[in-house]
Write a protein that binds this ligand. Structure first.
Ligand SMILES: C[S@@+](CC[C@H](N)C(=O)[O-])C[C@H]1O[C@@H](n2cnc3c(N)ncnc32)[C@H](O)[C@@H]1O
Length: 346
């Protein structure tokens, strides 16, 4: 029996079912009989299924089988799909973690950059940067805000860690143009550069910060950061996670994700797994902090949620070319941003 509720066999059965589903999805199988059986099991478990879901969130957070459950159990989360889903499937599937990045279109162009730099986002990313500095080692010397964008995080770094000579780097020129206009960043050198090919010599920095940016980088950014850091230097990063949340806004997005689950498995920009974040820099490191943080926000309705997600590049990050054109959900709507904070010494 797939889910025997008696003793250990219940857990073993559930683990086996989960493994089978995860494997099938990894191989690109369309969700079919296994998920149906799993959903029937959830129905048998009744209210207890939410406990199972919570356990699932801890074991295999964000995996598509889990999202599938949600559609069965949360029928009120309505789907508002965007156009072009089928048309773009192959392009989407072609982008993998090892791919070399292009300038991220979602942050390019003056209008996009201005929209990103809105007040609400300044608060959100500013808080992210503050979380990053909590419990940080005493910082001095030279520092790089990698993926500095419009300089929201850089301004926090300059204000809260003034003993460091900060510089910024970002692959989007339009974002840097906004940063350059900020009086608080007048003395900060801002570089147009890719995280995967940094224009700095070996051992140039004592600290590299990446606030909500690492999920956009390709894997070799880790080696670049190790190269430009002095031995004993620090990487402080806040990285969005692939993690399921039961908040209404997150559930609405989870439903849309079901339609592009194969791409979901491949897109790094969707966020990393909590465990992965501690090892983004290759080679021996000392991990001094590795913590889950959840930022909660409340929006008037789906339209406001969509607007905020879009301005932060979050829709492009999660869905790539499959982004919905609106998000329908209850009003007001809660949204959660789970991210990992790491302090890594090389
Ligand atoms: C969500 S924003 C965060 C910006 C800033 N750290 C903040 O706290 O507001 C992510 C930034 O990473 C930049 N980015 C994306 N891919 C990059 C890459 N490969 N190299 C450098 N920057 C990149 C984007 O252009 C964008 O400005």
């Amino acid at each position: 029996m797939l889910l025997d509720r008696e003793g250990d066999s219940w857990r073993a059965g559930f683990r086996a079912a989960r493994r089978r589903l995860a494997n099938a999805l990894r191989e690109g199988a369309v969700v079919g009989p296994p998920a149906t059986v799993a959903c029937a099991a959830a129905a048998i478990l009744g209210p207890r299924s939410m406990t199972v879901l919570d356990a699932g969130a801890r074991w295999g957070v964000g995996t598509p089988w889990y999202l599938w459950f949600i559609t069965q159990l949360e029928p009120r989360a309505r789907l508002a799909p965007g156009p072009g889903r089928a048309r773009n499937r192959s392009r989407m599937g072609a982008r993998t973690r090892a791919d070399s990045p292009k300038e991220t279109a979602v942050f390019s162009g003056p209008a996009r950059a201005e929209r990103y730099d809105r007040e609400g986002n300044q608060g959100f990313y500013g808080r992210g940067a503050m979380h990053l500095l909590e419990g940080a080692p005493s910082l001095a010397g030279s520092g790089l805000d990698l993926g500095c964008g419009t300089g929201i995080s850089t301004e926090v770094l300059v204000a809260l860690a003034p003993g460091v000579g900060w510089q910024g780097a970002d692959s989007a020129q339009a974002m840097l143009e906004v940063a350059k206009r900020k009086p608080g960043l007048a003395g900060v050198a801002l570089h147009h550069a890719q995280a995967e090919a940094l224009p700095f010599g070996d051992h140039s920095f004592d600290v590299v910060v990446a606030n909500f940016a690492w999920h956009w980088f390709a894997e070799r950014a880790g080696a670049e950061v190790r190269r430009v850091l002095r031995p004993g230097g620090w990487l402080l990063a806040s990285v969005p996670l692939r993690r399921f949340s039961r908040a209404a806004g997150n559930r609405a997005l989870a439903r849309v994700l079901l339609s592009c689950r194969r791409a979901y498995l491949r897109l790094r920009s969707q966020g990393l797994r909590f465990e992965e974040v501690a090892s983004v820099v290759p080679g021996p490191v000392r991990v001094a902090r590795h913590e889950l943080v959840i930022e909660r926000e409340r929006f008037a309705d789906g339209r406001e949620l969509f607007d905020v997600l879009d301005s932060r590049g979050a829709l492009a990050a999660i869905f790539g070319d499959h982004a919905p054109t609106r998000v329908e959900t209850e009003s007001p709507v809660e949204f959660e941003w789970p991210f990992a904070v790491v302090h890594v010494q090389v």
